[in-house]
Design a protein around this ligand. Sequence first.
Ligand code: URP
Ligand code: ZN
Ligand code: ZN
Ligand code: ZN
Length: 474
Amino acid sequence: MTFDTIIRGGTIATAADTVKCDVGIQGGKITALGANLGEAREIVDATGHLVLPGGIDSHVHFAQPSGPGIVMADDFESGTRSAAFGGNTMVLPFAVQQKGESLRQVVKDYHAKADGNCYVDVSFHLVIVDTSERVLGQELPALVNDGYTSFKVFMTYEGMALSDMEMLNVMAVARETGALVMVHAENYDAIRFLTDRLERAGKTAPFFHGPSRPIPIEREATHRAISLAELVDVPVMIVHVSNGEAMEEIRRAQQKGLKVYGETCPQYLVLTEQDLEGLNMEGAKYVCSPPPRDKKSQSECWKGLQQGVFSVFSSDHCPFRYDDPQGKLTPKGRTSFRWVPNGIPGVETRLPILFSEGVKKGRISLNEFVALSSTNHAKTYGLYPKKGTIAVGADADIAIWDPDRSVTISQSLMHHNVDYTPYEGIEVTGWPVSTMVRGRFVVRDGKLTGAKGDGEYVSRDKSPLATPSGTGMF
Ligand code: URP
Ligand code: ZN
Ligand code: ZN
Ligand code: ZN
C-alpha cells in the first residue's frame, strides 16, 4: 500500500484522545492511523508538532451587503485565505436575505461569490429576514432538504429584526424540517431607546456603543428566545454570548433538559469595554454586537466553556476596514456610534487565542480545545464525522501546530483584507504552521501553497442535535 501522504512523528489530538501516531492519507481522506504505515509519495515530518483536526469556524461573515456606502473588507478569497493561515480547514459564512428577496436567489448569489474563490471548505447558514408565506412555506423547507440545514434570526438591527411572532413562525419551520436555528439575542426596542437617550446627551463616540446595549438587553433577549423555542419545542443555538447573565439563562435551560446550545467568541475572552476608553474614533475598531463587557464577564465566559454551557467557540469574523470611508469611518459613522458598522475581524486569531489562553494557561485541555474549535462545530452543523476529527474515513482536514511558538499578534502578520486587528499586541504561545484541506496543503510552514478554488462547497446533513425533544405544546 502506498499512500499519497504520511504525516509522521506528530502528536495527534482529537476531542477524545491524544496519541502519538502517524496519519496515512489517500485520495483526500484519512485511510490509516498507526506506526510504520509504509510507503508514501510524500512524508511530512511533524516531529515536535501537534496534528489536529482543522479548525471549523461556524460563524463568519464574508462579502455581505452591509448598508449604503459600506463594503465588507473580506470576500471569500481573502476571508478563506485568512482562515487557512489561522489553522482552519472549513468556515460557515452566512447567506443573508434582504427583505422581499427570494431565498433561492440569495443562495445563488452567495454561490456566485464563493464558488472557485475559496482556500478552505465552506458551507452556508441562511439568514431569514423575510418571513412571508412564500419563504417560510416553500423556499426554506426545500433549501433545508438541499443541505442548507441551519439558519440565523436576528432580534435586533434595523431591517433585520424579527418580531416574536416571526421568530415563532421561523422556529416552527425548523421544527418541521429538522433545521437548527441560531439566534442573535439582543432587545431591539431597548437598544433604540438607549441609543436615542445617549445621542440626545451628546454621547455619540464609538465608546457609547457598549452602553447602548448593556447586559440586560442581551439577557432578556436570550431568555425570550429560549422561551419561544421551548413553546415550539425546537433546539436553538444562542450565538456570540458575551457575559455570565446570558450564559446562566442558557445553563438553566440546559439543566431543565431543553436543547439549548451556546456559542462564545474571542472578543468576549480578551477584550473589554474599557479598551474603547479614551480612543475617540479609534474605538470604532472594537465596535461589535454584543459588545465586549468587563473582566468578570470574561471569567464567566471561560466558565461557560469549561463547563460545557458553550459547546462552540467561533470568531464572528465580521470585517470592516478602519481608516476607510467604506468601513468603520463612514461619513455617517463619524457622527454617531449608531452608524458605525458592527463587527470585528478574527478568523485568523481565533485558534491561537483559545490555544494560548486556554490550553497553555491550563483553563481547558487540549482535547477540549479540539472539541470547541472543530469537532463540536461539525457535530452541531451536520458535518460529522466527515469533518471535525482525525479518524479513518474522515476528510484529511488537518492543522499542524507548533505548540511552543511564541507570537505577538500584529496586523503585519494577518492575511485578511482589514487594516487592523483588534488583538494587536496580545502575546500567544502556540501557532498553526501548516493547514491541509482534504489532503492538500493550503498553507505550509507559514507560506501559502494552495490556490483559490482548493476549498469546496460542502452540502450538510441535518444536525443530530436539532431533533425536537417531543415535549412541545402542539
Ligand atoms: O457585530 C457583529 N457581531 N456583527 C456581525 C453580525 C452579527 O450579528 O453576527
Ligand atoms: Zn449576530
Ligand atoms: Zn456574526
Ligand atoms: Zn516547529
